[in-house]
Design a protein around this ligand. Sequence first.
Ligand SMILES: Cc1cc2nc3c(=O)[nH]c(=O)nc-3n(C[C@H](O)[C@H](O)[C@H](O)COP(=O)(O)OP(=O)(O)OC[C@H]3O[C@@H](n4cnc5c(N)ncnc54)[C@H](O)[C@@H]3O)c2cc1C
Ligand code: FES
Ligand code: FES
Length: 1330
Amino acid sequence: MSAGKRGDTLCFFINGKKVTEDHADPETMLLPFLREKLRLTGTKSGCGGGGCGACTVMVSRYQPATKTFTHFSANACLLPLCQLHGAAVTTVEGVGSTKTRIHPVQERIAKAHGSQCGFCTPGMVMSVYALLRNKPQPSMDDITQALAGNLCRCTGYRPIVDGCRTFCQEANCCQANGGANCCLNGNPDEPEDEKPRLFKEEDFLPLDPTQELIFPPELILMAETANPETLTFHGERVSWVSPTSLEELVQLKSKQPAAPLVMGNTNIGPDMKFKGVLHPLIISPSRVKELFEVSETPQGVWVGAGCSLSELRSLLEKLVPRFPEEKTELFRALNQQLGNLGNQQIRNVASLGGNIVSAYPNSDLNPVLAAGNCKVVVVSSGGRREVPLNQDFFIGFGKTVLKPEEIVVSVFIPFTRKGELVRAFRQAPRKEASFATVSTGMRVFFSEGSRVVQDVSLYYGGMGPTTVSAAKTCAAIVAKPWDDETLSKAYDILLDELVLPPSAPGGKVEFRRSLTLSLLFKFHLEVLQKLRETNVITDELPEKISPLPREIQPSLQEFQAVPKDQSAQDPVGRPVMHRSGVSHATGEAIYCDDIPKTDGELFLGLVTSSRAHAKITAVDVSRALQLPGVVDVVTAKDIPGKKFRPMFGYEEELMAETEVSCVGQIICAVVADSRAHAKRGAAAVKISYEDLPDPIFTVEDAIEKSSYYEPRRWIEQGNVTEAFEKVDQVYEGGMRMGGQEHFYMETQSMLVVPVGEEMEFNVYISTQWPTGIQEAVAETLGISSNRVTCHVKRVGGAFGGKVTKTGHLASITSVAALKTNRAVRCVLERGDDMLITGGRHPVLTKYKVGFMKDGRIVAVDIEFYANAGNTADESTLVAEKILLHMDNAYNIPNLRGHGAACRTNLPSNTAFRGFGVPQGLFLMENMVNDVAAVLGRPADEIREINMYKGPSVTHYKCEFSPDNLHRCWDECKLKCDYSSRRKAVDQFNQQSRWKKRGMSIIPIKYGIAFAEGFLNQAAALVHIYKDGSVLVTHGGTEMGQGIHTKMQQVASRELHIPTSKIYISETSTGTVPNTCPSAASYGTDANGMAVKNACEILYQRLEPMRKKDPKGCWESWVRAAFFEKISLSSTGYYRGPDLYMDWEKKEGRPYAYFTYGVSCSEVELDCLTGDYRTLRTDIMLDIGRSVNPSVDIGQIEGAFMQGLGLYTLEELKFSPSGLLYTRGPSQYKIPAVCDVPLQFNVYLLPDTDNPHAIYSSKGIGEPAVFLGSSVFFAIKDAVAAARSDSGLVGPFGLDSPATPERACLACSSTFTQKIATSEPGSFKPWALNL
Ligand SMILES: Cc1cc2nc3c(=O)[nH]c(=O)nc-3n(C[C@H](O)[C@H](O)[C@H](O)COP(=O)(O)OP(=O)(O)OC[C@H]3O[C@@H](n4cnc5c(N)ncnc54)[C@H](O)[C@@H]3O)c2cc1C
Ligand code: FES
Ligand code: FES
């Protein structure tokens, strides 16, 4: 249907205001409509595919039949605008605002320090707000479920959960120090400053549900009185029709069988968005009431196919208590799956019919529905028929037996019979909000009083292109007694029946095959249990496997109070809320892409290489240029200045001209009048290639071909070769550690605006290094730096990923702005961001360690190979930092390390929080673990034996005192009750075969500041205005780490005024020039000193005013100074330490000081599935005297969780031809709320000083990432316990991340042992092993 055709008027409400659209485009989702059309930019875009929750809104509808309202959270990125007719939408702006009143949810998340960069915060607010609208007094479980689909990359979730916990009325306390009567607060009469708290719950606004926006009466009237008519909407390429009756729907579908029925749009939406599928007609059956009917019969319940999964869940929850247990086996099994399927936002819109018909290979529901003998009723112009959901229903990937014109009207879910048991199991890469790796539905039927199987069905998801039945296995079980013998035969048959080729899509072949067995084993145990409970059998039962614990426990955050004599106004050392916390929570905080569109603005879409190593033979842009809205294509030929960015001796091409060296390399860019047009234009550019031979992907390939970036470094202390001759034992090992995607919630974003005269440009950008961007743009355009002003208001997370790569993107965007002489915006979609910008370096290590029987490590020779990718970026520096930190906390007298950055044909890796340290330390700690395993001694003993003691010298000859490291170690052990919990863990393991616990304690010594001495400098500019208000600018960028909050605290102390008089607007190269990147955990140290310096100067200048008028006030002194012609503006400067590293002499002083810390974690591991839960983590850190304990604890918790993700969860997968598969939150799992340690305690070491940094504080942005490895080593400890049950002792390999797949296979259970491994080289694996 053609564009411009007149359709109906779409009518709905947003935040109480009526919206009517005469030209609603079916391809438009609510999210861009809110952000671009209505300028409601509080709702954020983090992924566009329902996987991150940043776009969460609340949708309310009126049900005329019941005269009730429903309120549910939904992802605006997947909500078609046309689906909203008659709905009321609430966005974060409608919940509360600083201009009217902020809502208690906003207040509590902000004041509990639940926002850092703040990009996820509006989504968090909306998820909890929607929950509270339905349940004003939720349980903790409700809260964690509501937040399960909201990702946060900064906070580690603990403070968000604690803020929301204050809405719970659960009797078991613990308000985690938040409540006045909190069980953790000890004596309530104790003076406040002796037991400081992060926030005071008693100050919070109460929740008053009567204050909420009412449902618009006009919509009630519309729903009750309107004679529903077919609605049609026509867009540029797609039309939408929404019939009102089943009859009409059937007619439409018979005429247009290829048109999809869009319900939740959670399958069709991502297909259209990410796979470029175009449906010229969409049918929306959401107003056909037959699709929503529910009816009970004596045999079961019919559920309308249009019901959402949440509606199905609550229906089943209501039905279960109404019937005897034996009748509701299937209902309960379905409910269990529903609880874990997707996330709340998805379940609230995704329909039952949509889930069935989508026929996902790893659907959670289909195996259970099939095992449970469910059926569907379908209608078409040919009539009505019932179709059983069985092995014949699912015929291929996304395909069922249904004819294209058939519509599923309802689904029959039968009651179970006496003697019938149904169970559902799933195993997923992440416990929640993740598609299953393998899902199952299993049913068995016994006649009364018998253990002989009458009927059995086993269905699996994840074992092929669609849901599969294990029919042969069932045949082998039927008519047999349910016992070990029958089942052990069944395992072998199952193994033969559900085969996956070694290169099966999705990989994890051995794991998936072993899961089929172990999940059947779980079913076996549950059936035995049931037979025993019903007295059918009296056998001694094996261990019952209960689910892993999931209740979040109270946590502790301990920090030292400020000195008693500190002025009440002085905020330094106090847990001051992030200065933008409330703006984050109200959605008022402005990020780069929230800046309003300027007149004539264009959007940039990137064209990237689809080959890893090839010659470009042709670039054909003709088709792109003909597309609507496309204005131009920018190539390297358009660059007037430098076509390359220099990088540590190498040059990086901005846009490839003749050759590409990785998939994802930028070749050219399309500029168009909208995002959609730019994207379509980019897709239409045709690149022709001629492949070049032998691309290099792995480090092993690189070593073989000597493919390195120079310089390669090595360092040695003592004489390693000689020392090896004298040691008692030598062990040689190695390990592979995977990379990591930054996954900052705000993707790379920038707006380049030509000012219009003298080649002047304003660049609004999300970066950690404004000066770097300024220089990159100037060099690319061939202009001087004084024509480019770079503005950074705030950054929605960066973690090292917004330094060099952002400069590259800004350069290209500026070329487009120059060429078109128009403002150009570039905001990467999540998939492109992940594809193009690289991440943390994967590292392979090989080591040889020599040690004595008493546990002393005497000699170590270690080689580190980092996979740098197709350009050098900062990789050689990363390799250097690995070497400089490899000793960690240990004094190894003979230590030699080699570090190399390998050049490969993968996207170039870059800086990432910790800059190599999380890799170097980890691999060293793994070696220490191996020594402990060889000696058969606890790993913590080996760590203690080898720790630096007394005045010490590093392997690069730098003196330091490890005293505080020891204090952290001892205090952490004490706080976490290490010895008795260790015993309890061992005891648990003796009694438990299939679940094991593990515990580990890991130290860190982390060098702060830049080893490149010139980077240790900072400047600030402070203005005092005549009204007494103060504007501070400094070189640091605010990216969630709270630097602006801390700078305000510094200025407040130095100027002796409250922080409310101080404002920080942005970081700009126009105010503070020549800044260094906000990195290396050095931002506060450097900029704090510069701000302090500027404020001291100004305070000094006001001295005569104060003397003259001692009774005056700040404002009067400022005014007087102006009239006295005293400058009220000053720069400040800090010249940091002259750090250096001399690689020739192998000595230096590359760090200003060390931050020390220790972390202890305990996990419980399900050895049958590899699933684990972190039961408890205790972190003790020496960060000197914290400038802001809430900000610092936030950095610690957030970094720890990022480390937990790095070492146990996050896996980047590349195809054998070098294409990144994992390009969004659906495939790449960062930690979610379900991953937070159930008890998460953080203690700041009291009474420590640091003469090297401002107010005796210490840098803390990066160190705690490594502490996440304590979870890895706890998992490894649990795996070791499992292995010892199988008679396997001593060191064993477990690469990082310790995903469920790796942990399960490493346990080497009877099930995993059954799976034959395919000979490497005999097949092409689905993914590269990096
Ligand atoms: C982020 C995310 C996470 C997810 N996680 C999981 C998970 O963990 N487990 C899992 O099982 N699923 C998961 N899903 C898949 C989700 O459950 C399905 O996409 C959803 O159930 C499909 O329903 P829908 O109403 O959104 O379908 P739509 O996208 O609206 O439609 C999908 C297809 O079904 C057809 N269809 C819809 N209704 C009917 C009908 N009545 N008759 C005939 N055909 C019909 C349409 O024609 C279309 O082809 C996830 C999806 C997303 C986006
Ligand atoms: S942007 Fe919608 S869920 Fe991520
Ligand atoms: S605060 Fe959650 S992503 Fe930054």
